[in-house]
Design a binder for this molecule. Structure first.
Ligand code: UDP
Length: 323
């Protein structure tokens, strides 16, 4: 059987690097395109000298080899994107441009060479709807444009439209996934993500800073569960042209998360409530609830993310280098 050739954009990022490791260990040839703006070559250190790995350090839209790489590949995972609420709030132009330009470039190349592609979108597109669970066909409730946070959701949503338009007009095999709070080793707290921040604070005996009243909820999905879902979707022809939520359904408040981190890591840290206006900027809107319905994913690939939160905290803490 011919060796599969895979392109992973954003392959030096947190999720991308775990995916690259999995693909290499299953015998694929992998090309990574990553500008290492928020990702890092260091994330690939376990596989850096693997003979089947090629790393191109460039923006996708400015990569001179993009056309040739896509022409020669069997499947594309498009993960390159602006990352983290803090980056989004502080650098909205960079966020919008990255999300739109890179996706447009890779979709055009994929359509030209008819290369099936999986596009990593986000649960942010559900916006501030407070439904008990989000399904892929739900209406989306996004805030107004003067609140910078929503530029991330809107740009990712436009990417979804671009991807589905290519599927419709040129028959491109596009699969869209919406990630819900993926966590695990190599995720950095630098761009605002809560779990690495809480773990680092708990390990250092510093206060865990919970924003708002801490009653907002999230579901934390272990990165290896996410990777399992991604690779199953790659080999699922019925997934083409479809949108899937990928996430855990174990819902916790952020306050409970802080308590669980302290308890699991046996830490002496305290919990400090920080008003949103101090944490982000005036008028910041948080999502109060964010829980996926994953029946569609399970129907397609017979898999549901299920690593329990306690185990996630342990696995992540064991691997977390101090930021
Ligand atoms: N959060 C927090 N303390 C932090 C970082 C984040 O309380 O140091 C909160 C944040 O306001 C949000 C939740 O944790 O309600 C998850 O934040 P994250 O940025 O990890 O993900 P997202 O907001 O994209 O769900």
């Amino acid at each position: 059987m011919n060796q599969r050739r895979i392109l992973v954009t954003g392959g030096a990022g947190f999720i991308g690097s775990h995916l690259v490791e999995r693909l290499l260990s299953s015998g694929c040839h992998v090309t990574v395109i990553d500008d290492c703006s928020t990702g890092s070559i260091d994330n690939l250190k376990n596989v850096r000298s693997h003979p089947e790995l090629r790393v191109v350090q460039a923006r996708v839209s400015q990569c001179p080899d993009l056309d040739a790489i896509v022409r020669d590949c069997d499947f594309i995972y498009h993960l390159a994107a602006a990352v983290g609420v803090e980056l989004v709030v502080h650098s909205p132009i960079r966020t919008i441009q990255t999300n739109l330009r890179e996706t447009e470039a890779v979709m055009e190349a994929a359509a030209k060479h008819n290369a099936p592609i999986l596009f990593a979108s986000t649960s942010e597109v559900y916006g501030k709807s407070q439904q008990p669970g989000f399904a892929e066909t739900d209406d989306l409730l996004i805030g107004p444009p003067h609140l910078g946070r929503w530029s991330y959701a809107c740009s990712k949503l436009m990417d979804e439209f671009i991807a589905l338009a290519h599927a419709k007009e040129s028959g491109l095999g596009v699969t869209i996934v919406r990630f819900f709070n993926t966590v695990g080793p190599r995720q950095t707290g630098r761009y605002g993500m809560v779990l690495p921040r809480f773990i680092a604070a708990a390990q250092a005996g510093l206060p865990l800073k919970v924003y708002g009243d801490g009653l907002q909820t999230r579901c934390f999905c272990y990165v290896q569960d996410t990777i399992e879902a991604l690779t199953r979707l790659e080999s699922c022809p019925g997934a083409r042209g479809e949108v899937f939520n990928i996430g855990s359904t174990e819902e916790v408040t952020i306050l409970q998360l802080a308590e669980r981190v302290i308890e699991t890591l046996n830490s002496d840290s305290s919990i400090e409530l920080v008003p949103y206006n101090e944490a982000y900027s005036i008028g910041f809107e948080d999502m109060l609830r964010r829980k996926p319905i994953v029946d569609k994913l399970h129907g397609a690939i017979q898999f549901r993310p299920s690593t329990p939160l306690r185990e996630i905290i342990q696995l992540t803490a064991a691997a977390l280098p101090p930021d």
